[in-house]
Design a protein around this ligand. Structure first.
Ligand code: ADP
Length: 167
């Protein structure tokens, strides 16, 4: 019997993608034949990048990993997962606080759509990295260069110049 091609989606806001997210992707490709990074288009608080910009930055980072692709999606994650024929949802865990939130999310997704969520623990070094904090620290002038990939850092600097010029 042919081996099943196991596919996961890795959904999130990715505003912007961080080294922590990349760590999750790199762990995910060891478990799945295919990982689709799925940028949610639903509105978030104080976004810095458009969904298109977020997809572009991620595409630059994963272009050399054949089993990873990136796209954006509207609406429910589980509906998108079904549309893509995904076997699982991939999510990352940093802390017990994440576990509490992710547990509820995973249970709800399983209850409404029967889809399993697979969690990977992040590297210790990225345990405190979050897009929200990166946006906040960067807006206040802090140096976040060791928490995000270089292409993202460049775009972030350009974006911050614009934000501080025309707030
Ligand atoms: P959301 O808005 O859905 O929380 P995010 O883009 O913030 O989306 O995160 C997507 C997924 O990546 C979530 O499972 C989140 O827990 C995980 N994640 C975010 N940052 C890290 C990190 N530093 N290490 C491991 N997982 C992370």
């Amino acid at each position: 019997m042919a081996k099943k091609h196991v596919k996961a989606i890795f959904p999130g806001s990715f505003d912007p993608i961080t080294n922590g997210h990349l760590d999750v992707i790199n762990r995910g490709i060891k478990l799945f034949d295919e990982v689709i990074v799925a940028v949610g288009r639903s509105p978030i608080k104080n976004p810095l990048f458009t969904p298109e910009e977020r997809v572009e930055m991620i595409a630059e980072l994963v272009s050399d990993i054949p089993s990873v692709s990136v796209e954006s999606f509207d609406g429910l994650t589980v509906e998108y997962a079904a549309k893509r024929g995904a076997d699982a949802i991939l999510r990352g865990l940093r802390s017990l606080t994440d576990v509490q939130y992710e547990f509820k999310l995973a249970m709800t997704n399983r209850a409404v759509a029967g889809i399993e969520t697979v969690f990977v623990m992040t590297s210790e070094e990225y345990g405190f990295t979050s897009s929200t904090l990166i946006r906040e620290v960067a807006l206040l002038g802090g140096n976040v260069s060791n928490l995000i990939p270089e292409n993202v850092y460049k775009r972030l600097q350009e974006r911050l110049k614009k934000v501080t010029r025309d707030p």
